[in-house]
Design a protein around this ligand. Sequence first.
Ligand code: UT7
Length: 335
Amino acid sequence: MMDKKTFAVHSNAAITAIGTYVPERILTNAEMEKLVDTSDEWIVQRTGIKERHIAADNQFTSDLCFGAIDNMIDRYGVHITDVDYIIVATSSPDAVFPSVASQVQAHYGIVNAGAADIQAACAGFAAAIQLANGLLLSGAHRKILVLGAETLSKITDYSDRTTCILFGDGAGAFLMEASYNGQGDVAAVYTKTDGERGHLLYRSSLASAIGEHAIQTNGYIVQNGREVYRWAISHVAEGIQQLLERSGYTTNDIDWFIPHSANMRIIESLCEKTGFTPQQTLSSITQYGNTSAASIPLAIDEGLKSGIVKPGQLMLLYGFGGGLTQAGVVLRWSL
Ligand code: UT7
């Protein structure tokens, strides 16, 4: 048995299992045409989205987390009752508190774990990996469940055609563990936030203004799509370059580029600006829409299931959105 000091010095963070879940109900573009003044052609051309999965009325973000964790246990046979920390990245929790992470703890009877939700919108999953990595490297924790999960359909205004065509529901889970063999999976991290642009994309709660900007108070997602789009293809592209520089790798070294699936056109622009090719890129936008904190694990799992993601490959994960905030991770895939 290693003492704590030795453990802290020699520990590293390894991803040891993945699971995902999406609700059964599919909302197609044809159905969207009946809800608002839009067309399949417009949606596909402007966003790349064909359909999204929508939670049932009695299904909440915690339920989607349970689905993703059950899927992980089924596939990898992992034990999670000895997990010592649970982080759920979400902007659509069942309640502000108790956290979704607390509900995961209770549901699986994980008796000795801390639990917290983090809210970094579409950057949430990458931000949660960064936090878990830090906790594992420091020796503070040894086995962490990291989830990105959303029921955005519950906070979407289905009379607003500029947002309702975008969002879908889903969940993804990583199990991250301290590794004693010196081989960590996370190679580099990067974050940046432009809070002065926060009013461009928000879900209101108590206040009716963000800084100097008056905002709607209906509890729905509100977005200035054009401005967020501009920010994404300039500032986010710059952030991705920064992360690459930090990692010491080039686009040629990275096997898979996995940006947040906000919009296919944004993904294509990010590829053009950063030098990644579409063939190197994984996304979950076409089948699932924009699932915010869940979009990156859903995209990775699609790659795994189709057999193109393989152990030993290098990945660059990059989340961006509400805040406006960005978080990215370069990691070596080991599953
Ligand atoms: O995940 C978090 C980060 N979020 C993002 O990165 C999202 C960033 N923004 C976007 O993805 C895009 O801005 C949208 C997909 C939201 C919108 O696409 P766009 O190409 O930027 O459209 P636009 O807002 O410039 O609107 C173009 C036209 C407008 O009509 P006019 O003013 O030119 O007559 C809109 O009213 O398209 C109209 N429009 C629609 N038409 C049919 C807006 N929404 C729709 C719609 N169906 N659903």
